[in-house]
Design a protein around this ligand. Structure first.
Ligand code: BGP
Length: 470
């Protein structure tokens, strides 16, 4: 294993609009699905919402200055669609463009590379009302919105992610009911929504390439490599199912340009096949060679066994991960389980750097040498405060161990080009409010949202400075 990371490997950190910006009703921004969903009693932890979040909208200059001080080479953030197009598909809000122009320029001022996600879950409410991702209109509107972003920011932004974690917003939205639009167990809608996302992605990539801006564009998935809990045939089979549903369904249409045949067959049997046209399927095919990279959000692997009874989605509590978002829960299929000999975070997410290494090899075996970025990885914790200092040693340990396996993976020929810790700054966790922290920068909610550097801030600066030298 080399002592240092390659010179062109990007060290970054990430955020997402709804989780940091706040200013939910300012400067012409339209309402989003999350603005509405988070106000429904019982949907979020203690009713927390992103109305103010950590006020990044007003404090971005201070935040970017801190990121620069940390030595961050790149900042991954998302654009809120409803700031640019308040109705999702209509007239442009100049103030929205202005905010992101300023944010981008502020990054560039310090030499921080902006890595921009176009969709990190906050959908303009007008589109959600119209069926959201189950309606093709949303996909077409997304492509127009993406085109506006490319034309407005593409002279300075050279790294684009279309979507963040399709399995999450579709799975939690249409199977588990834990994200908007809050629908449970509707497999037909779930698969339909994912199909529209893949189509929108492919069309946005085509649009981007036609503009000849010579940057790169890809999509980000949450990567949940599945292990069987044991070597029994039924559980090995369950793990195959899990990988097919959690991974192949999401990467095949992007990288192979077609859906995995055995899942398609299964959907036919169940009556869950999305309505798709030849034009849409052709679009996926055409796009297969045009993706520049794949973003991976890796937090944990999953351990699965055969499901011997249908598990209600209600059991998918926000505190645990007893079921994964893309798993239709029916008798005879698969379910995730916790194992006594594994280590978990306070929120029940398994800590397994090895799981990532194994998973990366699994991806390479199926998809070849595609370029990849780790677009999220990090530890959600209630950080210890000792004598006024945020001593987030478990986070340092977590990131350190993951960086080690990433370095190893690169030396084994995995084409990884960057690492974005989740998150740059403490932010709103979708379902866990501000209790679950991820940042290098602490935000004091009792004290005017003041920023403070955590121990990990200094540690990460050192890592970047020495390029992870061991
Ligand atoms: C990913 C999302 C992020 C972030 C992260 C941590 O799935 O892309 O937006 O929320 O998970 O999740 P949580 O806040 O639930 O711990």
């Amino acid at each position: 294993i080399p002592r240092k990371f390659p010179h062109d490997f990007l060290f970054g950190a990430a955020s997402a609009s709804y989780q940091v910006e706040g200013a939910a009703n300012e400067d012409g921004k339209g309402p989003t699905n999350w603005d509405v969903f988070s106000k429904i009693p019982g949907k979020t932890f203690e009713g927390t919402n992103g109305d103010i979040a950590v006020d990044h909208y007003h404090r971005y200059k201070e935040d970017i200055r801190l990121m620069a001080e940390m030595g961050l080479e790149s900042y991954r953030f998302s654009v809120s669609w409803a700031r640019i197009l308040p109705d999702g598909d209509g007239s442009i809000n100049e103030k929205g463009l202005e905010f992101y122009n300023n944010l981008i320029d502020e990054c560039l001022k310090y030499g921080i590379v902006p890595f921009v996600t176009l969709y990190h879950w906050d959908l303009p409410m007008a589109l959600e009302k119209d069926g959201g991702w189950t309606n093709k209109r949303t996909a077409e509107a997304f492509v127009k919105y993406a085109d506006i972003c490319f034309r407005s920011f593409g002279d300075r932004v050279k790294h684009w992610i279309t979507f963040n974690e399709t399995v999450m917003f579709c799975g939690l939205g249409y199977l588990k009911g834990a994200h908007p639009p809050g629908i449970q167990n509707d497999e037909k809608k779930y698969f339909q929504a994912t199909h529209h996302v893949f189509y929108a992605h492919a069309k946005a990539v085509e649009t981007y390439k036609s503009l000849k801006q010579y940057g790169e564009i890809g999509i980000t998935h949450v990567f949940l490599p599945a292990y069987s809990v044991d070597d029994t045939e039924e559980n090995l089979r369950a793990a195959e199912h899990a990988n097919a549903y959690e991974t192949h369904w999401y990467y095949d249409p992007i990288l192979k340009g077609e859906y995995p045949p055995y899942v398609v067959k299964h959907l036919e049997e169940k009556g869950w096949t999305p309505d798709w046209t030849d034009e849409e399927l052709d679009m996926l095919k055409r796009n297969a060679d045009h993706n520049d990279f794949i973003g991976l959000n890796y937090y944990q692997p999953i351990r699965v066994e055969k499901n011997h009874e249908a598990v209600s989605s209600i059991e998918h509590s926000r505190e645990t991960s007893t079921l994964v978002p893309g798993s239709p829960s029916f008798d005879g299929f698969y379910r995730t389980v916790k194992m006594d000999d594994k280590t978990y975070t306070k929120w029940g997410w398994e800590i397994s750097p090895q799981g990532f290494l194994d998973g990366l090899h699994m991806l390479k075996a199926r998809y070849g040498d595609v370029k990849m970025y780790v677009t999220e990885n990090g530890l959600g914790d209630e950080d210890p405060i000792i004598a006024g200092e945020i001593v987030d040693i478990p986070r340092i340990k977590y990131i350190e161990e993951h960086l080690k396996v990433i370095k190893k993976a690169i030396s084994q020929g995995i084409n990884l080009k960057g690492y974005y810790a989740w998150s740059a700054i403490d932010l709103l966790s979708w379902l866990n409010g501000y209790k679950k922290q991820y940042g290098f920068i602490y935000v004091d909610h009792k004290n005017g949202l003041n920023r403070k550097k955590k121990l990990s801030f200094h540690w990460y600066r050192q890592i970047i400075e020495t390029r992870g030298e061991e």
